[in-house]
Design a protein. Structure first.
Length: 338
C-alpha cells in the first residue's frame, strides 16, 4: 500500500500567505472606496487667459518744478520799471525789472512769471526778492528708494508717473541716482529722480506714484496666481479634469509673475479651465466611516458594561470589604457581644 505524498509545510505557508494577501487587497480596495465615497471635495475654477503682465517697483512722490528762480536786487534803490505781469510767459534774457541803480533784472531761462513782489516806485534793499520765474512745463519727481530695491534701478530705465488728482499717466525714465545714502533707522535710502514734460494742468506739489517695470510680457498666456500649486521640489502644477472626470496634476512653467497673475510659458493653452481644491469635507454619517464609528462606540459601551458588572461582583464578594463575611458592627447587642 502506497503512502500518500505529504504536502510540504513551506508550500502550505506560501498558499496561506497568498490567500491572505488577496483578501487584504480586496478588503483595502473596498475600505478605500467607501472612505473616498464619504469624502466630498469642492473646487474653485479658473480660466487660462491671454493678456499683458508685468511686475514692478512702485514709489510715492510729488511733482516739483525743474527750473525756477527768485531774482533779487544787488543794491538798494528804487523800482523804476516793471516790464512784465504775473502769469506772463518769458524767454531767456528777457528784461523783467529796471532799478534806479541801473540794474536790469532778466530771466535766465524760458518760463513764466509766477510772482512779482514789488511795484514801480517801491524802495528796495540789497538782496530783497523782486520777482519769481518758474518753468511749469518741465517737472521732476524725487523718490526715496530703500537699500533692498536700489540695485534694481538704473539711469535711463523706463518708468511711469501717475498723477493721483488728474488720473493721468506720463511716460518717463530714471534721470539721476544719488548713491550717497540718507539713513532712516536701520535702513539706508537713496534719492532717485525722474523728469517729464507736462501740460498746463500739472502743477508743483501734486502727488504722484512712480512705477518702474522690472519684467513685462505682452500677449502672454496668463493665469490667476491662486490657481497654481507647488510641489515639495518647488515645481509648479495645476489640476485639470480628464475625460473621465478625474482631476490630474499638470506641470506648468512660470514666467513673469506679480501679486495677481502669472505667465504660463508651457503646460496650458488659452481658454483652458483649471481647478484648485477649495474645501474637503468628511461625511461622518455615511458609508464605512459610519459603520466603523458605530462599531467602535458599541465596543466601548460593551467594555464599559463588562467593567461595571465585574465591579459589582467584586464588591458583593467582599462583604463590605471584610474577609470571611465579617460584618463590623452588625450585631445589635451592646458591645457586639454574642
Amino acid at each position: 500500500m502506497k503512502k500518500g505524498r505529504k504536502k510540504s509545510p513551506l508550500r502550505r505557508i506560501i498558499w496561506i500567505l497568498l490567500i491572505l494577501a488577496v483578501i487584504g487587497a480586496v478588503g483595502y480596495f473596498v475600505i478605500f472606496k467607501q472612505i473616498n465615497a464619504a469624502v466630498t471635495v469642492t473646487y474653485d475654477t479658473y480660466t487660462v487667459k491671454r493678456g499683458d503682465i508685468s511686475n514692478s517697483l512702485s514709489f510715492s512722490g510729488s511733482m516739483s518744478a525743474k527750473n525756477y528762480e527768485t531774482l533779487s536786487a544787488d543794491k538798494s534803490g528804487t523800482v523804476r520799471k516793471i516790464y512784465v505781469t504775473e502769469a506772463e510767459p518769458v524767454v531767456k534774457d528777457q528784461r523783467l525789472i529796471r532799478l534806479s541803480t541801473g540794474e536790469i533784472i532778466k530771466a535766465s531761462f524760458d518760463g513764466q512769471v509766477n510772482e512779482i513782489s514789488v511795484e514801480e516806485g517801491d524802495e528796495v534793499t540789497a538782496n530783497q526778492n523782486l520777482i519769481q520765474i518758474v518753468d511749469f512745463s518741465q517737472m521732476t519727481v524725487s523718490l526715496r528708494v530703500d537699500e533692498y530695491s536700489i540695485s534694481k534701478i538704473h539711469v535711463g530705465q523706463a518708468c511711469r508717473i501717475s498723477l493721483t488728482a488728474l488720473g493721468t499717466t506720463l511716460n518717463s525714465e530714471i534721470a539721476h541716482i544719488n548713491r550717497i545714502s540718507s539713513s532712516n533707522g536701520n535702513t539706508a535710502y537713496y534719492t532717485v529722480s525722474c523728469e517729464a514734460t507736462v501740460s498746463d494742468d500739472v502743477l508743483p506739489g501734486m502727488q504722484v506714484t512712480v512705477t518702474i517695470p522690472l519684467e513685462e510680457a505682452s500677449d502672454a498666456i496668463i493665469l490667476s496666481k491662486s490657481a497654481v500649486s507647488f510641489a515639495g521640489d518647488n515645481s509648479a502644477f495645476v489640476l485639470v479634469q480628464d475625460s473621465n472626470g478625474e482631476m490630474q496634476r499638470v506641470a506648468v512653467q512660470i514666467g513673469v509673475d506679480n501679486d495677481n497673475y502669472v505667465e504660463i510659458t508651457d503646460g496650458l493653452t488659452e481658454g483652458q479651465t483649471v481647478y484648485k481644491v477649495a474645501e474637503t469635507k468628511s461625511n461622518a454619517n455615511s458609508g464605512l466611516l459610519s459603520g466603523l464609528s458605530s462599531l467602535m462606540n458599541n465596543g466601548q459601551n460593551q467594555n464599559n458594561s463588562n467593567q461595571t458588572r465585574n465591579s459589582q461582583r467584586n464588591y458583593s464578594g467582599q462583604n463590605n470589604g471584610f474577609p470571611n463575611g465579617g460584618n463590623f458592627g452588625g450585631s445589635n447587642r451592646p458591645g457586639g457581644m454574642p
